[in-house]
Design a protein around this ligand. Structure first.
Ligand SMILES: [Zn+2]
Length: 234
């Protein structure tokens, strides 16, 4: 394998890993928010039917909220980029020479001579003026068209893949075994935290403990609230 082939291979690997990392983080969201909600409902003494109804509602509401958030975020990002590009395009038509100098000054600031900077700016702009300014001035390296629907569906699916686990556990386990639900979820959160860290090339145990700690905090908080609420209602 040549160095370039190896480099391309590594780039693809890291891209896949980024996707895995995003999926795992979405699943973590689903697990923590749904399991902590369920903890509160279970400890309040609600019937299993109510617990399951709340679990399913939380799963669906969470999935839609994740999808909406992702869609809006990708859309507004692409609106901003489009607006920036329109300004740039107009400026290239109106002041080509200033734009050449603007680009050249950026290269000069990065350490090349004025001559070289001007030559690079001229050649790049002769090849693809808007592309050169988009990349070096606006920092838009991602030339792929944004896909808000796919991004939204991915977010929702990641959330559901996590949220469904505590719902199924709450369905299988009687309320008296609520601690098993908590324990299994914590083990899972630790494993997913470690997996996300593995995908990002970060220390695994530390990341696992971090997710576990936040999950534990959320569960204990809602459990106590449910307990207090259940007592006051009864
Ligand atoms: Zn420019």
């Amino acid at each position: 394998m040549t160095a370039i082939q190896k480099h391309i291979e590594e780039a693809h690997f890291s891209q896949r890993m980024n996707g895995l990392r995003a999926a795992v983080l979405g699943a973590n969201d689903g697990i923590i928010s749904v399991v902590s909600l369920l903890m509160g409902v279970i400890s309040s003494g609600a019937s299993q039917a109510t617990v399951l109804l709340v679990g399913m509602s939380a799963l669906i509401a969470g999935a839609i909220s994740m999808a909406a958030g992702e869609y809006v975020s990708v859309k507004s990002q692409s609106d901003t980029e489009r607006a920036d590009l329109a300004v740039e395009r107009a400026s290239l038509e109106a002041n080509w020479d200033e734009e050449v100098i603007e680009l050249a000054e950026m290269y000069e600031a990065r350490g090349v001579s004025r001559e070289t900077a001007l030559a690079v700016a001229n050649e790049l702009m002769a090849h693809d003026a808007l592309g050169a300014h988009a990349q070096d001035e606006l920092g838009l390296t991602d030339t792929h068209a944004p896909r808000p629907i796919q991004a939204a569906a991915f977010s929702a699916a990641a959330f559901v893949s996590g949220a469904v686990i505590p719902v199924v556990l709450a369905w299988l386990l009687p309320a008296s075994l609520v601690w098993v639900l908590g324990l299994l979820t914590l083990v899972l959160l630790f494993a997913l935290g470690a997996l996300a860290a593995y995908a990002g090339g970060a220390p695994m145990v530390k990341a696992g403990m971090r997710v576990l700690t936040w999950g534990l905090f959320a569960m204990v908080a809602t459990y106590l609230i449910g307990l207090a609420f259940g007592v006051s209602v009864a």
